[in-house]
Write a protein that binds this ligand. Sequence first.
Ligand SMILES: [Cu+2]
Length: 107
Amino acid sequence: MTKYKIALGLGGVVFAAGVAWAGATINIDQKGLTFSAASLAVSKGDVVSFNNNDSTSHNILVTGNGVSLNSGLQAPGVSFKAPFLKPGMYQVTCGIHPKMKMTVTVK
Ligand SMILES: [Cu+2]
């Protein structure tokens, strides 16, 4: 089991710090300024790896259910791994390219 230490979130809320889980990793590619899926259903505890396969930088923003994740500047070739720990629906956008949108539903 891998231990992730991730301190991201809104209002100083530490998200999944030091929590160990055995979720699956689902890959979403960013190519041609689009996500490889418009919507995605995952299970609680899964990690979505957003893989920048473009030649330009992106900035992944994940919001919903009181969660706010921001990848910061995501250079070409860089993957941003977002854990989804709470059931519900999340919006995923790019802070640089607002037309890039997808939803993640966590069951
Ligand atoms: Cu972008």
